[in-house]
Design a protein around this ligand. Structure first.
Ligand code: ZN
Length: 292
């Protein structure tokens, strides 16, 4: 049975790509019976009948799945930021990166518009996270090669405030992409509640970008909220200090003998990242395990 990748879902049909052909498929009754809805990004096994119509028989195990947008198997989240206008509030980046890390998705920080303004602010904040930080400019082409290498062979989601230059960077990666994004967004109008049509855009060589028309940014809402006790694992720069605190159940807030707080004081953890942790911890403590 052929195996393929769902690149688009629309009106009950799934468009499954296998090599260079795309087959229009329906979900099989067996899948519907199990309540196992395929998502864009899913790898599936499908059957083609004599009339060329496809039927998805099985969804292969997922690496991750998101609710908004409804996609699966995202390899990398590219956070577009800027120190020019608009200046990015990195708390928003941190919220998304936590969801990404929690769901086994690589995080890449892209500092765009460096031709307009270049500072060390954002690279400094993410220095110890292990997230690659790539400085880019659609004007000069700086960082384009590095970004192209970073996304190569992956299913990628790009996110960023409007005005951060997301479309122009996507245009640098592939001129067809933002042409299409432009026309789609114009037609649907930003912020309007239109069909949540999700599509993967093929950049070639196994690289796909998520195209979510009608949304200014990528929400990346996962099915399950992150518990406050798990949040510490989603800040990669905390890793060397976990297990080093005086108390086993240390929340790394104000406890005496906290190794994370010591790393913060010695500058090994950036205060902005720590502040994001505190804020997210407060939010996450509203969820209790037994409520899920
Ligand atoms: Zn601690």
């Amino acid at each position: 049975m052929p195996e393929g990748l769902i690149i688009k879902a629309l009106s009950g049909f799934y468009y499954v790509r296998c090599d260079s052909t795309v087959t229009e498929c329906k979900g099989s009754g067996k899948l519907r019976h199990k309540g196992h809805s395929p998502l864009v990004g899913d790898r599936v096994e499908f059957h083609i009948d004599s009339t060329g119509k496809g039927r998805i028989e099985q969804v292969l195990p997922r690496k991750n799945a998101f609710v908004r947008p409804a996609v699966a198997n995202i390899d990398a989240l590219i956070c577009m930021t800027s120190d020019a206008i608009p200046v990015t509030d990195t708390y928003l980046v941190d919220r998304l990166s936590v969801t990404a890390v929690h769901n086994h998705c690589e995080v890449i920080i892209c500092v765009n518009k460096v031709d307009e303004r270049r500072t060390d602010r954002i690279p400094e904040i993410y220095r110890n996270t292990g997230f690659p930080v790539i400085c880019t400019s659609a004007e000069t082409g700086e960082g384009a090669k590095e970004l192209r290498t970073a996304v190569s062979g992956k299913i990628c989601a790009f996110t960023g405030d409007s005005g951060v230059g997301k479309s122009s960077i996507l245009n640098v990666l592939n001129p067809q992409f933002s042409l299409r994004v432009g026309s789609v967004s114009e037609k649907l109008g930003r912020g309007r509640h239109t069909t949540r049509h999700v599509e993967l855009f093929d950049l070639g060589h196994g690289t796909y970008l998520i195209d979510t028309p009608g949304f200014a940014s990528f929400d990346m809402e996962a099915a399950e909220p992150i518990l406050c006790g798990d949040l510490q694992y989603d800040f990669p720069e905390f890793a060397p200090y976990l297990g080093e605190c005086r108390f086993n159940d240390c929340a790394h807030l104000k406890e005496p003998g906290c190794a994370v707080c010591r790393a913060l004081e010695s500058g090994k953890i950036h205060p902005k990242r720590y502040r994001s942790y505190q804020m997210m911890y407060e939010d996450a403590s509203k969820y209790k395990e037994w409520e899920l």
